[in-house]
Ligand binder design. Structure first.
Ligand code: ZN
Length: 284
């Protein structure tokens, strides 16, 4: 074969491939997509202008406002095995509810409000009728029109949060921070409400419900992480602050947790085991 002919046919092949890739395929894609989009736009505009259901739902929507409820899910990681098995998810929730009290009470009320309002809202929504148009539908496929109508109307129907839960996740890691274990529990409104009402039974700063009090004590005690323990030892020069011993060192709450003391640097001291046992529950 003449090498020139081969060259021409090769060039022609490249040219054809070029035409297919950059002109023919995009042309076909545009040829299909543009009419679909024009068709879709035509139907959607008609629904938005003339559907009775669409206008009714918009009017109903303008009269109903629902509260948005924040998420209170919580998690905590324990870096030692002394506390992870002792603290339950409910203990941890109780501890946090003391702090979050008013915000959670509001969320519970908002969920209840949303439920009441939503049942009225939904009754009104259900009274809307599909397939009624304020204009002549000639030139439109009625099934397609109703399909678009349903889709557009369903998109604007409100769906507020009507229940409230809090999930507590507790994790355990080893000294190196590697994941070991986890437990979690989801609490419903009734349980949360029950814990809150027991938290509200107080005399001064003292919680009257013994179970609530014990939960708080367990979580407070478990706040002594390894990191905090070593920080207290370092501050006290790795010695018992009473007798100066360097052996069997422990972290002690100066003002005991059982009397309302908190786990924070200023309330922690280094004691040897012997001095700690001798001190017991007293304040020194
Ligand atoms: Zn000592």
């Amino acid at each position: 074969m003449n090498p020139n002919i081969l060259l021409i046919s090769e060039t022609g092949g490249i040219l054809i491939a070029f035409l297919i890739c950059f002109i023919a395929i995009p042309g076909i894609v545009i040829g299909i997509c543009v009419p679909i989009s024009v068709h879709r736009h035509k139907y959607m505009s008609f629904v938005e202008l003339y559907s009775e259901a669409y206008w009714k739902v918009k009017e109903i929507n303008s009269r109903y406002f629902f509260a948005s409820i924040p998420n209170f899910d919580m998690s905590h990681t324990y870096d030692n095995n002394d506390f992870y098995p002792v603290v339950s998810c409910q203990d941890y929730l109780t501890y946090q509810l003391v702090r979050l009290d008013k915000k959670v009470v509001k969320a519970l009320n908002d969920a209840e409000d949303n439920r009441i309002k939503y049942s009225k809202y939904w009754k009104e929504i259900c009274s809307c009728q599909y397939g009624v148009f304020k204009n002549d539908t000639t030139g439109y496929n009625i099934d397609t029109l109703e399909r678009y109508e349903k889709q557009i109307v369903e998109d604007i129907i409100k769906s507020p949060q009507r229940s409230f839960t809090i999930t507590v996740t507790l994790k355990r890691v080893d000294m190196g921070g590697n994941y070991q274990d986890e437990k979690y529990k989801t609490f419903n409104e009734r349980t949360i409400d029950n814990i809150l009402s027991r938290i509200h039974e107080k005399r001064g700063s003292r919680f009257l419900d013994e179970e609530i009090w014990q939960s708080l004590v367990r979580v407070e005690r478990a706040k002594v992480s390894n990191k905090l323990r070593f920080a207290v030892f370092a501050r006290d020069h790795e010695r018992c602050v009473k007798c100066g011993s360097r052996r069997n060192l422990e972290v002690d709450h100066i003002y005991p947790i059982s009397k309302g003391g908190k786990t924070e640097m200023s309330n922690l001291q280094t004691l040897c085991h012997r001095c700690n046992v001798k001190k017991g529950n007293s304040i020194e």
